[in-house]
Write a protein that binds this ligand. Structure first.
Ligand code: LLP
Length: 416
């Protein structure tokens, strides 16, 4: 599944020892495997080859320019949600005809910039947004393509913060509103509204909710077509889950096997927006044990990475496997102990893992937090005035620094 493996009890990323990377670049440190990244993109591409969709990597999962460039060179488009993501996207050299733009709160400035750059498709999430996009497109004299994001009212089994396709969520519009928009579409003179978008949530490990949502969607497309509305693009979003612990997520091929028969019935071109599936398992966060602290109730491994570097455990209670970078061979004399792996941040919610078993850890040991490639660095912050970590990309035995560690000066650079 990924290119992080032990060789002689030493954790490697492709052909490079993680220990060496930690020594050279310091910790905390994000380490990515180029091969894992590319192979996951290819897995999706391969699985959907029969319908040749446009795959737009959801760059919120990891917007580092080196990562984007690798994927863009593989043929990926980009799914953006802000002016900042548009800026990053354009710098990768991606064709603007492969950029799709979602988000419930696009500002006038962001919309204008995106239209000026001739992005492919707006995924509009409300009527007032459509009206604004229409107005700005008119002002610029550009006819803009738009898709309507539908909220299919599906409950997907995932964390409540990352489900997006349920009726209570802020995303998209209900079928009834979408129907009105499509039947009234001539009102939006500067728009070509002929796409439908959905994204039902993230880290979804089974095909069933996708299938349920897609069936509703195709029924709707048929309804529209019967009324003379031509749907040319159907964007089925991202959301494919990955392995963090013991879950057995569908593979790209299994997912495609379930949804292809439904998609094939459509005349429209298909767009996919996977994020986590492509980059999640391609990254780990290396951290060093600063102290071992035993209290009457607990044993803590206090490490140098905190919730500002990787917030998923704190925010979602997400599980990330934590592996010793040098795994001592087990012998009778070594004790297995249970630790809470916690960061240095001044919050009790600052932990990377709780109740984890390791062969007795000691100060300065290195740990690898797995599955940190998606929503890891991209959700990091400077909380507690901690400079954000470096990121390195490993390609075989070659290593490239793709983001340097922030300095203290970086912390105050924008302050006046
Ligand atoms: N398309 C849209 C419109 C989205 O909102 C998202 C993710 C994606 C695609 C990509 O979803 P993916 O394939 O990565 O599941 N921070 C959370 C995940 C939030 C996902 C937000 N939207 C986490 O760390 O689990």
């Amino acid at each position: 599944m990924n290119d992080f493996n032990y060789r002689h009890n030493n954790l490697y990323c492709e052909s490079v020892a993680v220990e060496e990377l930690a020594r050279k670049y310091g910790t905390p440190l994000y380490v990515y495997s180029r091969n894992t990244l590319v192979s996951h993109f290819r897995k999706i591409k391969e699985a959907f080859r029969p319908i040749n969709p446009l795959i737009c990597f959801s760059m919120k999962a990891n917007p580092n320019q080196s990562i984007l460039r690798i994927l863009v060179r593989e043929g990926s488009g980009l799914d953006i949600v802000s002016g900042g993501e548009l800026y990053r996207a354009l710098r990768t050299g991606v064709s603007s005809r492969k950029i799709v733009y979602a988000g419930v709160g696009k500002t006038e400035k962001e919309i204008e910039l995106a239209i000026r750059h001739r992005i492919f498709l707006f995924n509009a999430e409300s009527i007032p947004e459509l009206e604004l996009v229409n107005k700005i497109a008119g002002r610029l004299g550009i006819r803009q393509k738009a898709a309507i994001r539908i909220n299919p009212d599906i409950k997907a089994k995932t964390h409540k913060y990352i489900t997006t396709g349920h009726g209570d969520n802020k995303f998209g519009v209900d079928f009834d509103t979408a129907r009105k928009i499509f039947l009234d579409r001539r009102k939006y003179k500067n728009l070509n509204i002929s796409g439908i978008h959905m994204h039902i949530g993230s880290q979804i490990v089974e095909a069933e909710p996708f299938v349920r949502a897609l069936k509703r969607l195709t029924g709707f497309v048929k309804y529209l077509e019967a009324r003379g509305v031509n749907i040319r693009w159907v964007n089925i979003g991202g959301g494919l889950g990955i392995i963090y612990s013991r879950e057995r997520p569908q593979t790209a091929r299994e997912y495609a096997k379930e949804v292809l028969p439904i998609l094939r019935k459509l005349k429209a071109n298909i767009i996919l927006e996977p994020g986590r599936f492509i980059v999640g398992n391609a990254g780990l966060l290396v951290t060093r044990v600063q102290y071992i602290k035993e209290t009457p109730n607990k044993r803590f491994a206090i490490v140098d990475a905190g919730m500002n570097d990787l917030i998923r455990p704190s925010l979602y209670g997400a599980y990330h496997e934590i592996l010793p970078v040098r795994s001592p061979s087990y012998s009778g004399s070594k004790k297995i102990r249970v630790y809470d792996v916690v960061g240095p941040i001044c919050e009790s919610g600052d932990f990377l893992g709780k109740g984890r078993k390791f062969i007795e850890l000691k100060q300065r040991d290195l740990l690898g937090v797995m599955g940190a490639g998606a929503y890891g660095f991209s959700m990091s912050s400077n909380y507690n005035s901690r400079p954000r970590p470096s990121e390195v990309m490993v390609d075989g035995s070659a290593v490239k620094l793709i983001r340097r560690r922030e300095t203290y000066e970086d912390l105050i650079r924008a302050e006046t």
